[in-house]
Write a protein that binds this ligand. Structure first.
Ligand SMILES: NC(=O)c1ccc[n+]([C@@H]2O[C@H](COP(=O)([O-])OP(=O)(O)OC[C@H]3O[C@@H](n4cnc5c(N)ncnc54)[C@H](OP(=O)(O)O)[C@@H]3O)[C@@H](O)[C@H]2O)c1
Length: 327
């Protein structure tokens, strides 16, 4: 299939957020966690994504402890007006303390973190700035108040939160408009379905499902068959022992359904998200992560795949049997 540049639908993020291609690109794996990266191919993947209508590029200050923002900087600079660059603050790990996974949401921390991200990305303004994780010791009103000050100061355009509850989303949105909620959402991770999605729909907050391919698990058995020794997924319960074997059997079932439709299992998993978002009546822009042009193009086709109610029901059944927590 040849993807036409006009194929990717556009989605508005929040009440006054940017207009985004209906699939974004997760860039985390280009710098850390999923084994070695071919930087030339990764950079070519960024360029190809933009050509095909992707304009949301997702990073965080902690990916590669800053290296991912730096890797993206020349690409962002080369196409500044066409790109919506999204980054995140919260995890305090640095190149000197890569194993420190503490979370800081204090206003003074946020004010310092944004300056570091602006510098590493080499931009005047960050388009979408997320709180990566909550530290419940800091009132969310204080953190979002500090984030709103960054908007007022012209350092940030739109605000997002990751992995918050419905109550936190409401409390935050009462302080300043939240355009996007980024949470894990895939066939194998459906915790967001329920009060959180209901709150997002009511408040007109768009959803950016992260790890929509279950960190590669939903991209087919071959995708995660030979993980490198330092691949972070070796530590995740779904990729270990009995869980891994049981989940591989589920993926075999998904592969059979995909084959019957002449699509790939990654496309099936992404098409499921688009359908499920329509069921919940929330705008959704999944951000599958890939470092390869071929996989990017494969994943983008998912936005046009139509699944029947019977296929959705079958997928629901298979997904209900997933073993192990995601991380
Ligand atoms: N907010 C948060 O807390 C949070 C947490 C995790 C991730 N994220 C964001 O979400 C993005 C996506 O999540 P993720 O990368 O963890 O997981 P994912 O998108 O579910 O899966 C990525 C994995 O699937 C592989 N893959 C992608 N497309 C494929 C295809 N068509 N066929 C076979 N394999 C394929 C990738 O390998 P290759 O790269 O080798 O293609 C990579 O190993 C990240 O990049 C990051 O920006 C956010």
């Amino acid at each position: 299939m040849t993807l036409k540049l006009t194929d990717l639908p556009r989605v508005m993020l929040g009440a006054d957020g940017p207009l985004i291609g209906a699939q974004g690109l997760g860039c985390m794996g280009m710098s850390e966690f999923y084994g070695a990266t071919d930087a030339v191919e990764a950079r070519a993947t960024l360029e190809r994504a933009l050509e095909l209508g992707v304009n949301l590029f997702d990073t965080a200050d902690m990916y590669g402890t800053g290296a991912n923002e730096q890797f993206l900087a020349p690409f962002v600079r080369a196409h500044r007006e066409k790109i919506v660059i999204a980054t995140k603050f919260g995890y305090t790990r640095t190149p000197q303390t890569p194993d420190d996974w503490s979370v800081d949401n204090r206003p003074q921390y946020i004010r310092a973190a944004v300056e570091h991200s602006l510098k590493r990305l080499n931009v005047e303004v960050i388009d979408l700035y997320y709180m990566h994780r909550r530290n419940p010791e800091v009132p969310i009103e204080d953190s979002v108040g500090a984030m709103a000050d960054l908007v007022a100061a012209g350092k940030v355009r739109w605000l997002g939160l990751c992995e918050v509850s419905a109550e936190e989303l409401r409390a935050a949105h009462a302080v300043s408009p939240i355009s996007v909620l980024q949470s894990e959402w895939s066939l194998f991770s459906r915790q967001v379905e329920g009060p959180i999605l209901s709150a997002a729909r009511e408040l007109n907050i768009a959803i950016v499902p992260y790890a929509p391919l279950g960190r590669g698990l939903l991209a087919g058995k071959d995708a995660t068959a030979n993980l490198a020794a330092d691949d972070a997924r070796r530590n995740f319960p779904r990729f270990q022992g009995d869980n891994q074997q049981a989940n591989a059997q589920l993926v075999t079932q998904l592969e059979q359904l995909a084959r019957s439709r002449h699509i790939t299992v990654a496309q099936l998993a992404l098409a499921w998200i688009y359908h499920q978002a329509r069921r919940w009546e929330v705008p959704a822009v999944p951000i599958p992560g890939t470092r390869r042009r071929s996989r990017l193009e494969e994943n983008l086709h998912a936005s046009t795949i139509v699944l029947s109610e019977a296929e959705m029901a079958l997928l629901d059944d298979v997904a209900a049997s997933v073993k192990g927590v995601a991380v």
